[in-house]
Design a protein around this ligand. Structure first.
Ligand SMILES: [Zn+2]
Ligand SMILES: [Zn+2]
Length: 327
């Protein structure tokens, strides 16, 4: 029996598929703390194959195999910057193109585990080149990629030139390891606030509407943003100027931001292959935001939406309650 069938009793008719409702938050801020939930989270997200462990492995892979020398990076020079740019472009195209190919070109799993089967508006004069996908590719590559590379070069150069001290594993392994999961909590906090700010109608029209032309997102939607939004999005990386970090933390942070946003916008809960969940990729929590706009501004790492009254748990009741309530 397929997993979607098992969930039938709790399905909301507003979606083709959704995970178990209510779509919840991760256990970091539960009160009273529940050790069982913490251990289950660590087991499921850090000790098994997950987006987090893949991004972590990818950070080590890049650091040891595709990183210019510290000596080269101590000065701003075109050769190593070009290498970083080519490497990032290749990685972005492989991940985004790969997910798009599997879900939307090869239609590898049809609509199995797809949140919303309504067709996305495709050909329209609203979009660059009259095409939604090309438009998303344009914003991602022409605006997003240079911002990504810019932040990465700034940080690597700062480490290599001694402007930021590198926190080594030998300086304290506990902090070195703990900073990886804590980065996500920081990023979630940072994301909620600038995202909420961009939903103020004036700024929404100016900057955020570009991203929200994706009502039913796919992989190319994730990093498709206005340049100002790209800068705000990536600015969570500036934390490395103040919190002791290693370049591995920066790479992980970059992949979490960029490749993470691609996968969480894929429109599907998981990559389903031969009757098995190969990898959970989607974020139903954020998919709800794309359909209804004025809820779920953050993500499940910190329950800021719950604390500030903009939480949508995915149910039909929440949709009824929500209408007209939030900014
Ligand atoms: Zn989005
Ligand atoms: Zn938004």
């Amino acid at each position: 029996m397929q997993e979607s069938a098992k969930l039938d009793q709790t399905m909301s008719e507003q979606w083709h598929f959704h995970p178990q409702l209510p779509v919840g938050f991760y256990p970091f801020f539960e009160w009273p703390p529940n050790l069982k939930n913490w251990l289950s989270f660590v087991w499921n997200y850090w000790l098994q194959k997950s987006d987090r462990t893949i991004f972590l492995a990818l950070s080590f892979f890049t650091f040891y195999l595709f990183m210019p020398s510290m000596e080269a990076m101590s000065k701003l020079a075109s050769d190593w910057i070009l290498m970083v740019a080519v490497r990032d472009l290749a990685l972005f195209l492989i991940v985004t193109g790969g997910l798009h190919w599997w879900f939307y070109m090869r239609k590898g799993q049809g609509i199995e585990f797809k949140f919303d089967t309504q067709p996305e508006l495709k050909k329209n004069k609203l979009f660059s080149f009259n095409d939604h996908i090309y438009d998303n590719m344009f914003y991602s590559i022409v605006s997003g990629l240079p911002v990504w590379i810019g932040f990465e070069v700034l940080l690597l150069w700062s480490f290599a030139s001694g402007s930021i001290e590198i926190y080594q594993f030998s300086d304290g392994w506990i902090w070195f390891c703990l900073w990886f999961p804590l980065l996500q909590i920081w990023q979630s906090f940072h994301f909620y606030w600038w995202h909420r700010f961009l939903h103020i109608p004036f700024f929404y029209k100016l900057f955020h509407a570009v991203h929200h032309r994706n009502i039913n997102p796919g992989p190319w939607s994730g990093f498709s943003m206005h340049p100002v939004e790209h800068i705000l999005f990536m600015s969570s990386l500036l934390i490395h100027f103040v919190i002791p970090s290693h370049p591995l933390h920066v790479l992980y942070h970059l992949y979490w931001l960029v490749l993470g946003t691609v996968s969480t916008h894929s429109g599907y809960e998981m990559i389903w292959l031969k009757g098995k969940n190969l990898l959970t990729v989607g974020s139903f929590f954020h998919h709800i935001h794309h359909r209804y706009f004025n809820c779920n501004y953050g993500n499940p790492e910190i329950p800021l939406d719950l604390w500030f009254g903009s939480y949508h748990d995915g149910s039909e009741e929440a949709t009824k309650k929500m209408h007209g309530k939030f900014i």
